[in-house]
Design a protein around this ligand. Structure first.
Ligand SMILES: Nc1nc2c(ncn2[C@@H]2O[C@H](COP(=O)(O)OP(=O)(O)OP(=O)(O)O)[C@@H](O)[C@H]2O)c(=O)[nH]1
Ligand SMILES: [Mg+2]
Ligand SMILES: [Zn+2]
Length: 341
């Protein structure tokens, strides 16, 4: 039978009635909460992923529970430590959020900054020979991570593809990050190479995988945890419409200790940093900041700029410096929008 196409108006009506039903359900839960009625005891747990308004909460015993959040709370996200109460046999309601010790935010469709995952201790920026790496993206991630005050590592996946001339260029391009003190791990999920060292590096705290779509973040999770995903999929009722692209941040536990969050790939990333945070996000500039002739030096046109001199001397990488100036200009533009002269 041919599928009958819905008109725009019908689609809108369906969406409205779904939203209304959801709201009504949440109101009912709020009333029950206020009346202290029929809900289970407050239980601690951690949000491991979300699907629309449904949050998947994991308890200390490893059980997974579908929950909604009480309307008065900030929207819980992956990594949030919460308290929840059972509302039915299979569902629950999150009634409290613990303090977040770190927040990784990124702009949503409308440009507003939204937490992607929280309580992260370490960021693994993943790149690969294919898709073509974007150093601009790596620089942005590293600057954002510095502002979060957590550790950053670079992971080159798909080293099995590093056999030709491409490999030398990639290695050269990436070498700058090692020179300025970032740890670089080389792995291949396909060949199972480098995975032990990687899990060693993640043994403590919670790590998150960030990077372009297709670099192999989910493949890394699968290689490290072949079994866990199935349970989470069952509870999410995802349809698996023939795409492997990750759409939600999801927290996994490693057998070797530590947590690992898989995240959806991005094309670009504009961290909402201040000019100072941008400067601190380029660790190789630290030795030169404050040494320019003018204290308010913009490091663009001024004479005797310590940063430009370091670039000329070859101490600071020219490409990184250009990306620093670009991020700094964006930060200044944001400031001006907030406080027009
Ligand atoms: N040659 C090679 N291919 C790999 C390796 N790891 C992953 N791939 C392939 O890369 C493609 C993308 O892998 P994913 O794990 O889905 O990538 P992702 O980073 O999770 O992508 P998004 O979820 O879209 O952000 C798949 O076709 C994998 O089979 C590797 O080590 N070597
Ligand atoms: Mg993925
Ligand atoms: Zn300067």
């Amino acid at each position: 039978m041919a599928k009958r196409r819905l008109t725009g108006q019908q689609v809108r009506r369906i969406q409205q009635s779904r939203a209304a039903r959801r709201e009504a359900a949440r109101h009912r839960i709020d009333r029950r909460l206020d009346a202290g009625d029929g809900l289970g005891p407050e239980t601690p747990g951690v949000v491991i992923t979300s699907f629309g308004h449904t949050l998947v909460v994991e308890c200390d015993d490893g059980t997974l529970h579908r929950c909604v959040a009480r309307r008065t709370l900030d929207t819980p996200v992956c990594g949030d430590r919460v308290f929840w109460q059972a509302s039915t046999e299979t569902e629950g309601v999150i009634v409290a959020l613990e303090h977040r010790r770190s927040i990784l935010a990124r702009p949503d469709h409308s440009g507003r900054s939204k937490p992607l995952a929280v309580n992260i201790d370490r960021v693994l920026v993943v790149i690969a020979p294919r898709p073509e790496p974007s150093e601009a993206l790596v620089d942005r991630y590293l600057a954002a991570v510095a502002a979060m005050g957590v550790e950053a590592l670079l992971v080159i996946n798909k080293t099995d593809l590093l056999q030709d001339a491409v490999s030398n260029t990639l290695t050269e391009r990436i070498a700058v990050y090692e020179r300025i003190g970032y740890r670089l791990l080389r792995v291949s999920t396909k060949r199972g190479e480098g995975l032990t060292t990687l899990s060693e590096a993640m043994r403590r705290g919670t790590s998150i995988l960030l990077g372009q779509s297709g670099v192999g973040k989910s493949s890394l999770v699968k290689a490290l945890l072949p079994h866990r995903e199935i349970a989470i999929r069952a509870i999410s009722q995802t349809t698996g419409l023939g795409t492997h692209t990750t759409t939600n941040a999801t927290l996994y536990h490693l057998d070797t200790g530590g947590g690992l969050i898989d995240s959806p790939g991005v094309r670009g990333f504009e961290p909402a940093l201040t000019a100072d945070q941008v400067a601190n996000g380029y660790r190789e500039l630290a030795a030169f900041l404050g040494h320019c002739r003018f204290s308010n030096c913009s490091h663009t046109v001024e004479p005797q700029c310590a940063l430009k001199q370091a670039v000329e001397a070859g101490t600071v990488d020219r490409r990184r410096f250009a990306s620093f100036l670009e991020l700094q200009a964006q930060a200044n533009a944001r400031e001006e929008l907030k406080h027009p002269a």
